[in-house]
Design a protein around this ligand. Structure first.
Ligand SMILES: [Fe+2]
Length: 183
């Protein structure tokens, strides 16, 4: 067992491998199993997203870090929107922020509406409605709503690729980094 919050912990107890974890396949079996499953296109309406986000507005369970909807593609693994990409829509209230953190996936952002700014490593980006900006892999970043109204922010990341390869590493500023996969 490993501690998710400590990527440096080493295993100390060892058990035999699970005999079910691997098998031989002939050519026909390999070809059948290697065929990519069907993935249907999907639609996520902005109206429905905002209705859901509005229901989170006054719920103390959610704050700037967590008040978002994930655009889940039900044919796609790792909670992704489509294999290889993960999209979200965030609602940031006036004065709220997404606290500084970094992760192995890269991110693209589109400001649907509102005014604020982000820091990405040593850079500050001031943004307004319909601006786009990017955040490279493993760059510390934070996002602030310093305007008078709501901020609605659409994001897409390549997180599912990292999850698939067990390389999805997340680090809150000043705290240990942790992987997003089960031991
Ligand atoms: Fe982030």
């Amino acid at each position: 067992m490993t501690d998710k919050s400590n990527p440096y912990e080493l295993p100390t107890e060892f058990v035999p491998i699970d005999s079910e974890a691997g098998r031989f396949e002939n050519h026909d079996e390999f070809v059948e199993g290697s065929t990519t499953a069907g993935v249907r296109p999907a639609l996520w309406s902005f109206k429905d997203a905002m209705e859901r986000l509005e229901s989170y507005r006054d719920d103390p369970k959610w704050d700037g870090n967590t008040r978002y909807v994930s655009l889940r593609g039900t044919d796609s693994p790792n909670s992704s929107s489509i294999p290889g990409m993960w999209a979200t829509i965030h609602l940031l209230l006036p004065g709220e922020k997404i606290e500084m953190h970094r992760h192995t996936p890269s991110s693209m952002y589109f400001i649907v509406k509102g005014d604020g700014y982000s820091t990405i490593d040593q850079y500050r980006i001031d943004w307004t409605t319909c601006d786009s900006f990017s955040c490279p892999s493993w760059s510390y970043h934070e996002h602030f709503n310093d305007g008078d109204g709501d901020v609605v922010m659409w994001t897409v990341q390549d997180a599912p690729l990292y999850l698939y390869n067990r390389m999805m590493l997340f680090q809150p500023a000043g705290k240990p980094a942790g992987f997003f996969h089960k031991p």
